[in-house]
Design a protein around this ligand. Structure first.
Ligand code: HEM
Length: 217
């Protein structure tokens, strides 16, 4: 193993572990320690929040580090080399998040997503539409690099283009925005004064979006 590969492995391992630890830690702090959620809900309901936050952060970094370098920032080589691992881990975490969310999806767990007659509210419908389309687009993006499609230069140029990336980021953001913006506007109700996970993720999206807007060629 040459020195560069060893450095990349160190960087990707510590970036992924730190992101997971901070994201899960934030969910535990906000919902269990300063919030009212009982600890019995940690293994699924709260862990799901931590995992999807980590996924969002890793994917945003994966998409934004290259454009950030184009803007003149000094991004360490190890971080640039870790992008593939961040993208793949982010995608697998999103898969986990989707599976966990499907199992949890009911009016008892997510009361605010449902009308009294048991149908989805408009905002929940828009949010879930954003989530499932972001998931499918992400799947296509990953497949493009793992299959024969990777030989198709025009397709790869399209899928890594500024236009496509900005569109894909907006899908993820719409998932967060429609689900959360009503709570974002009421800081008095935030547990321990800490912003909801959806707002933390949205802040990462906003920074990543601006970096891609100006730094992607
Ligand atoms: C099949 C696709 C998806 C489904 C069914 C889904 C479902 C859900 C549900 C039900 C929630 C509410 C969780 C909660 O409040 O406990 C949620 C939140 C969230 N999702 Fe997704 N999602 C999907 C795709 C995605 C994708 C592609 C991302 C991007 C990484 C993502 C990131 C997030 C984030 C960061 C939250 C905020 C969690 C919170 O505020 O508690 N989701 N999703």
């Amino acid at each position: 193993m040459n020195e560069q590969v060893a450095n990349n492995k160190n960087a990707e391992g510590s970036i992924i572990t730190t992101t997971l630890a901070l994201s899960i830690g934030y969910a535990v702090l906000r919902y269990h320690i300063v919030g009212p959620v009982p600890w019995k809900d940690f293994p699924f309901f709260i862990l799901n929040k931590g995992l999807c936050l980590a996924a969002f952060i890793l994917l945003t970094m994966n998409f934004a580090l290259g454009p950030l370098k184009n803007l003149g920032a000094s991004v360490p080589q190890g971080w640039l080399g870790a992008r593939k691992a961040m993208g793949m881990t982010g995608f697998l975490l999103v898969m986990l998040h989707a599976l966990m969310s499907f199992l949890l999806f009911s009016p008892v767990v997510y009361g605010k997503f449902y009308e009294e007659d048991g149908t989805l509210t408009l905002l929940a419908g828009l949010s879930m539409l954003g989530g499932v389309t972001a998931f499918v687009v992400l799947w296509g993006y990953n497949m493009a690099f793992q299959t024969f499609l990777r030989e198709d230069k025009a397709f790869i140029a399209f899928i890594t283009s500024r236009k496509f990336m900005l569109f894909a980021l907006l899908l993820g953001a719409s998932h967060l925005f429609f689900m959360g913006y009503q709570d974002w506007l009421k800081p008095a109700g935030w547990h321990g004064g800490l912003p909801p996970v959806s707002l933390v993720a949205f802040a990462f999206f906003a920074v990543g979006y601006v970096i891609n807007l100006f730094g992607r060629e």
